[in-house]
Design a protein around this ligand. Structure first.
Ligand code: ADP
Ligand code: MG
Ligand code: ZN
Length: 619
């Protein structure tokens, strides 16, 4: 979709174009000069000249006060030779009568060809000069980031796609979003139906959601379903270095859209121009002008013509209120991360073009990828296909799919990292600690894999847990058990080796994050109570929170977090010391095998007298 966007960089083809023109002109000039038959002049004595006249050899003469130029009758224009008398002209009263008598033409100027040659030369020089200057200007303007020659004019015409070739079929899941967008499709197909009743249709809809969830795809699908042209520009493309360029681009965009109505205008990443116009840190003139122009255009155009504006953003909270008022982007369509069913459907859509073996189970893949976006899932399928090719297979099997998931989540296996015996032992106990604690607690997810093969992400090993079904709520018990499982690694190290390592840093970070959320967002701490302390800053991007509380409360919160984690850690330690023999024997198996699948883990526990609940047996 980026192919028709031209960035402001140095546009090599254009320069080459001008250089070629210059070269051609230069060559023509080189060719012209020798072929123009530069005349030669021979000096003759005056009496010689008179003799030539008398002998009827002279065709024309040109007389000036300083020189007489003579052209003979056997003048060859291909090899022009003129004769000249010396300076100054000798006063001779008989000259004119003689010339008249001999019929020599002395009125018309000779050397016509040289005259025209100089004109051509002049023109060539002018053209070369102007072109050269143009090129220099062009280079300078490119360096400066915008057209010097075209102040305030957009440099590239916005190119619309005649048809996007996408339909709602290509968008899996996102049923609510599709439902809302279907109305727009209907409007584009027959605007008359709506205008005859007097219904005003929304001019614009804002697609809101995390990156990679299919916002751009949905916008294209709307155009594809309605079979209308699709004009798209990314927010950042409006914002140029020179004030006024963005605004004129907006004008251009709307002018073209109205000409081509019905059509879709899509403004991707609209937050780049649509940020709140604050002046706290000094406003950005260009962006504000662009935004103002956009607001003006949205008010100005007649929506009954069938132009619908879609915009996408993952930062709705920063958008200027003026953009969101009725008559502008008054519809907000949430495009959130897919749920289990959505993930299954997305996998199925992208698996269409890939040869899949019969054993591929999308449900299992979808379960292992909670929180993945559509783009992530597409990536996983492609990753699996590449792995299959590498392994010399003709189709993608479930193993490749799960390996791809693992590679995306934990990074690739890193064979080059060589652990010492002691390190390997430490990692094995650490991971077994996690797994065993998880198995022995009630409110935990089944263990699906334990491995001590280092990964490119930096992990020396990990224990993977995959839920059996998708959950939408997290109970307090589950949260506490999760922290306890995270503590299990360090607890095992401490108990077995009497020494602790840096290997638990990631566990500590995750455990602390859960504990902090329990206290500051979920009201799960009795001491702090039903109070919100951390509130989310961005709805769809990352985990940024802002805290709002007194210093005293902050201290209390910290203490509360610490006491939650300490309690969990102690619980993990006591579980492990009660099952020390099982821990030892499982760690020995892990050191030997390096990988243990969820099924093998359940069997190993069974052999050691621990019967897992069926719901907690991993695959
Ligand atoms: P966004 O604009 O929301 O960041 P995109 O629309 O660019 O995301 O999606 C990136 C890619 O991810 C798409 O090209 C598509 O292949 C895939 N994708 C995302 N969501 C879906 C979905 N619901 N169904 C099918 N493919 C999807
Ligand atoms: Mg996008
Ligand atoms: Zn760990």
């Amino acid at each position: 979709m980026d192919k028709d966007k031209k960035k402001n960089g140095f546009r090599i083809p254009v320069i080459i174009y001008y250089v070629v023109i210059l070269l051609v002109i230069f060559l023509i000039w080189l060719w012209l000069v020798p072929n123009a038959n530069k005349p030669t002049y021979e000096t003759v004595y005056y009496n010689e000249f008179i003799r030539m006249v008398n002998e009827d050899k002279v065709d024309k003469v040109e007389i000036t006060s300083t020189v007489i130029t003579i052209q003979l009758k056997d003048f060859d224009s291909k090899k022009p030779v003129y004769y000249r008398t010396g300076m100054p002209v000798i006063p001779d009263e008989n000259l004119l009568p003689t010339l008249l008598e001999k019929g020599v033409d002395f009125s018309s100027p000779i050397e016509k060809s040289t005259f025209w040659l100089s004109i051509i030369q002049l023109v060539v020089m002018l053209v070369v000069g102007v072109l050269g200057m143009f090129i220099v200007m062009r280079i300078i303007s490119k360096r400066m980031g915008a057209g010097v020659m075209s102040f305030g004019k957009s440099t590239s015409r916005i190119v619309g796609e005649k048809s996007t070739g996408k339909t709602f079929e290509d968008v899996a899941g996102q049923d609510e979003a599709k439902q809302q967008l279907r109305e727009i499709v209907d409007f584009l197909e027959n605007p008359g139906k709506y205008t005859s009743i007097g219904a005003k249709l929304p001019k614009g809809a804002l697609l809101v959601g995390p990156p990679g969830t299919g916002k751009t795809l949905l916008a294209k699908a709307v155009a594809g379903e309605a079979k209308v042209p699709f004009f798209s520009l990314s927010g950042s493309e409006f914002v140029e270095m020179f004030v006024g360029v963005g605004a004129s681009r907006v004008r251009d965009l709307f002018k073209q859209a109205v000409e081509q109505a019905p059509c879709i205008v899509f403004i991707d990443e609209i937050d780049a121009i649509g940020k709140t116009r604050d002046t706290v840190f000094g406003g950005n003139d260009e962006r504000e002008q662009t935004l103002n122009q956009l607001l003006a255009e949205m008010d100005g155009f007649d929506s009954s013509k069938g132009v619908v504006i879609l915009a996408a953003t993952n930062r709705p909270e920063v958008l200027d209120k003026a953009l969101l008022r009725p008559g502008r982007f008054d519809r907000r369509i949430i495009v959130d991360l897919p749920d289990l069913e959505g993930r299954k459907a997305i996998l199925a859509v992208h698996a269409k073009g890939v040869k899949m073996s019969g054993d591929v189970d999308f449900e299992a893949v979808a379960l292992a990828t909670a929180g993945a976006s559509g783009a992530d899932l597409e990536n996983i399928i492609n990753e699996a296909a590449i792995r299959s090719v590498r392994a010399g297979l003709t189709e993608v099997s479930q193993k490749e799919m799960l390996d791809a998931v693992e590679a995306v989540i934990a990074g690739e296996e890193k064979k080059s990292t060589v652990l010492t015996e002691q390190e390997k032992k430490t990692v094995a106990y650490h991971e077994t600690g996690h797994a065993l604690v998880s198995a022995l607690l009630t409110h935990t997810e089944p263990v699906s894999k334990i491995t001590i093969i280092p990964r490119t992400s930096g992990a020396l090993g990990y224990t993977m847990q995959t839920p059996k079904e998708e959950k939408h709520l997290l109970t307090k018990k589950e949260a506490l058990d999760e922290i306890t499982v995270f503590s299990g690694g360090r607890a095992a190290e401490e108990m077995v080796f009497g020494e602790i390592t840096t290997g638990a840093s990631n566990d500590i970070e995750k455990a602390t994050r859960i504990a902090r959320s329990m206290v500051t967002q979920f009201g799960m701490s009795d001491k702090i109570g039903f109070v919100c302390i951390d509130s989310r800053q961005q709805a769809y991007l990352g985990e940024a929170y802002s805290s709002d509380c007194s210093d005293e409360t902050a201290r209390e919160v910290d203490n509360e977090i610490r006491s939650i984690i300490t309690a969990c850690y102690e619980k993990a330690a006591s579980i492990l010391s009660e099952n020390r023999e099982i821990l030892d024997s499982l760690a020995a198996v892990l050191i030997e095998k390096e990988n243990i699948s969820g099924k093998e883990f359940a069997e190993l526990l069974e052999e050691r007298g621990i019967h897992l609940d069926p719901a907690k047996k991993g695959a």
